[in-house]
Ligand binder design. Structure first.
Ligand code: URA
Length: 231
């Protein structure tokens, strides 16, 4: 593709600004040769901008440690998870989206991509990617909850099919971990409310093979991820 089109499609600058960037020698081939002509055809992975390779030349795949108080939306008022990412990513011609959502009051691991197929593959009902949540509750978790969740017989209010079997591991009377293989609306909160233990805090620890602990991300931090981990 043309160099000016590449710079614009990957969110660096407008095609008009590209002419100035090229003139200033900011755009180079990997071997350091400056690219001077806007019309020069290049591949995204053979270009550097200000000395750094073009970001995510073949699709953007990122893990974010979502803090409490941020919304997974492009449109709502207030703090949005996209505010935590470099603004350039939002200017890329392929839009970025979260893979599933975490509630505003939930923290933890969230994936973001511009790859619609990848997003669909991870959220399709048949995919059943495992997700582990840590929670605290405002009332003790009843002893029979683990068996009920594991049986796959709990049908949430307003739903026609029961939740898939889920693993509950308690860590004291009002805290624990819940492992799910699906992602219904407010699922963890609704499952725990259904057994009389409303959620106080909720945090997602893992999605499939990815864990926040291993990624070592502080709240608000992000890191690139390898999408083939989910193949
Ligand atoms: N379940 C919930 O209730 N909320 C989330 O954010 C994620 C799972």
């Amino acid at each position: 593709m043309r160099t000016d089109a590449l710079l614009s499609q990957y969110g660096y600058c407008t095609r008009r600004e590209a002419a100035l960037w090229l003139k200033a020698g900011r755009i180079r081939k990997a071997d350091g040769t400056p690219i001077r002509r806007a019309a020069e055809h290049v591949q995204p992975d053979e270009v550097t901008v200000d000395g750094a390779p073009v970001e995510f030349p073949h699709g953007l795949y990122v893990a974010l440690h979502k803090p409490v108080g941020y919304t997974c939306s492009h449109r709502e008022e207030g703090l949005l998870v996209y505010d935590l990412l470099p603004p350039r990513w939002l200017r890329r011609s392929k839009g970025i989206n979260t893979i599933g959502r975490l509630d505003k009051e939930t923290s933890g691991l969230l994936l973001i991509t511009d790859d619609g197929q990848f997003l669909h593959a991870l959220t399709a009902p048949g995919k059943k990617v495992e997700k582990v949540y840590h929670f605290t509750t405002s009332a003790p978790i009843p002893a029979e909850a683990a068996e009920l969740f594991a049986a796959g017989t709990l049908t949430l209010n307003g739903e026609s099919s029961p939740c898939l079997p889920a693993r509950l591991e308690t860590e004291g009377p009002c805290a624990g971990r819940l492992t799910l293989h699906e992602g219904r609306y407010h699922q963890v909160r609704r499952m725990l409310a259904a057994v009389g233990a409303p959620v106080l805090t909720l945090h997602r620890l893992t999605i499939g093979p990815l864990s926040l602990e291993e990624l070592q991300l502080a709240p608000g931090e992000w890191a690139p991820v390898d999408p083939t981990l989910f193949a």
